[in-house]
Design a protein around this ligand. Sequence first.
Ligand code: AMP
Length: 199
Amino acid sequence: MGRHSLDSVCVFCGSSDAADPQFLSAAAALGRALAQADLKLVYGGGGVGLMGATARAAHDSGGRVLGIIPDFLVGKERALETVEHIVVSSMHERKIMMFERADSFVVLPGGIGTLEEIVELLSWRRLDLHAKPVVFYNPRGFWDPLFALFQHTVDEKLTPPEFMQAWTSVEAIEDVIPTLLGEGASDDAEDERRVAGLS
Ligand code: AMP
């Protein structure tokens, strides 16, 4: 795959059904937009919260969806059996497979699980282990406290200032895919080689 041609998007997002209904409807809008753009959704495999909303909307709109879920979460996160899915044996296996199967990333509002996933993704970027684009959907400044914490580590000279360019943030869900496509895809083979040391 050459630069600027994305085929798949990994979406990291919350599993809570109690989230702001606007977040849930934005997740569904993203799912539809991924299908329309013929971008394959790679996600955590659950049927709950923003995860389920994104995946169901993508699938119902004729899009390609791949869920990756650890066996112990199949019941708890109500795995969507209607879409292509892979059952793995651990969280680590899930995360590395989500990384490998996607050539770009979108982050929607989420909780501690989402935070864990994106901090690792950005830390790999910080170590130059990949150059896959990352776009945050940041409705009503949801992610601003996290960005402020990152900036704090830069101000304290614990993180290089260039790290603040490791992602793009947008406020409107319609801007997510155009922004992702504008960022382009990195060279797959090179990313595979770089990340080989991670698993
Ligand atoms: P949350 O944002 O807490 O609703 O979690 C979002 C998703 O992240 C859920 O599917 C969690 O199972 C998943 N998650 C939580 N911790 C991890 C982890 N260490 N590795 C991979 N996925 C995780």
